[in-house]
Design a binder for this molecule. Structure first.
Ligand code: ADP
Length: 304
């Protein structure tokens, strides 16, 4: 096959193994419990307590909830970066607990909130690292030596998708927060995963790049059946771009459903403890959350 940019998408499709999805559930999570520190007897201080839910293959699931409700911990458990203390998790029908880490890495790409960059790799090299889980047994070497022309093309395609081509030769140390975030997403795309786990993917991005990243995620879902689980504190982003939303409150699953079912004034009051305005997005009709105006807050204060 010639290595033209046109067939890079089909290479990624092939690498994704599309059409060969073993289960229509990407994840099955049952009675999941997790804590960071050893609990003393009778201590009920679980970070995540008894979560049961499925993630459908090919859906975008948003995880929302107040600070400290367990969103990032849950994402790390799905990535097998953390191990649960109780409960079961299956990835495409296979027990995640016994799956070798390299197989998890071939299936799941995880983009954490902050990726510490210790070494001065270029953007191209960093994105190319996404191909590494596909080379089981290869020795890591500078340069890198193991990569094929196909890997380079897939990495270039991932950089193109995330508007990074002009920065390919720049050290990752010299990127802005938003550029670095896009670089980490490009690396995850180069990994050609079946599941993409994103922790606050738009946190450092300006509005243009927020829209671009959300559009890329939707396109990958629609064109390639990619499953995406994303953590966001932005309820409007979750409402606009996610098929379903899982809302956590203090480590427990409070609500799971479509944006229409979850983004509701009563639900948000119960979970976040505040009143917000909810109307409909003018284009899509999905719920839109607006903070109360200063005037209504002043009126509110008068009534307190
Ligand atoms: P969220 O992403 O919703 O803000 P987290 O999953 O980051 O929530 O945190 C859930 C709880 O776990 C919080 O109480 C937090 O302080 C605690 N926590 C998070 N990371 C650690 C850690 N590495 N060690 C101990 N406690 C942690």
């Amino acid at each position: 096959m010639s290595l033209s940019p046109e067939n890079a998408h089909s290479m990624i499709d092939k690498a994704l193994g599309l059409g060969a999805v073993a289960s229509h559930r990407a994840y099955q999570v049952r009675s999941l419990r997790f804590h960071y520190h050893p609990l003393s007897r009778g201590d009920a201080n679980w970070v995540l307590d008894g979560l049961t839910f499925d993630v459908d293959a090919g859906e975008i699931l948003g995880i929302v909830g107040p600070n400290g409700s367990g969103k990032t911990s849950l994402l790390k458990l799905l990535a097998k970066v953390l191990r649960p203390h109780a409960g079961d998790m299956a990835l495409f029908g296979r027990d995640l607990g016994t799956m070798p880490q390299v197989e998890v890495a071939r299936t799941v790409a995880f983009v954490p909130q902050e990726s510490p960059q210790v070494f001065s790799f270029t953007v191209m090299e960093t994105v190319l690292m996404g191909r590494y889980p596909h080379y089981h047994g290869a020795k890591w070497s500078a340069g890198f030596g193991w990569e094929s022309a196909e890997d380079v093309l897939i990495a270039e395609q991932a950089m193109q998708s995330t508007d990074l081509t002009h920065l390919a030769g720049r050290s990752v140390m010299d990127l802005s927060g938003g550029e670095r975030q896009r670089c980490m997403i490009a690396r995850a795309l180069a990994q050609a995963p079946q599941v993409l786990l994103l922790d606050e993917p738009t946190a450092f991005l300006d509005i243009q790049h927020q829209i671009e990243i959300c559009a890329i995620v939707r396109r990958l879902k629609e064109e390639r059946g990619l499953t995406v689980v994303l953590v966001s504190h932005d309820l409007n982003l979750a409402s606009q771009y996610c098929d379903r939303i899982l809302m956590l409150k203090a480590g427990a699953l409070f609500r799971l459903g479509t944006p229409q079912e979850v983004i509701d004034a009563d639900v948000l009051r119960s979970v976040y403890g505040c009143d917000v305005l909810i109307d409909r997005h003018p284009e899509s009709g999905v719920p839109r959350v607006t903070m109360p105006s200063y005037i209504s807050m002043t009126n509110l204060k008068d009534h307190l």
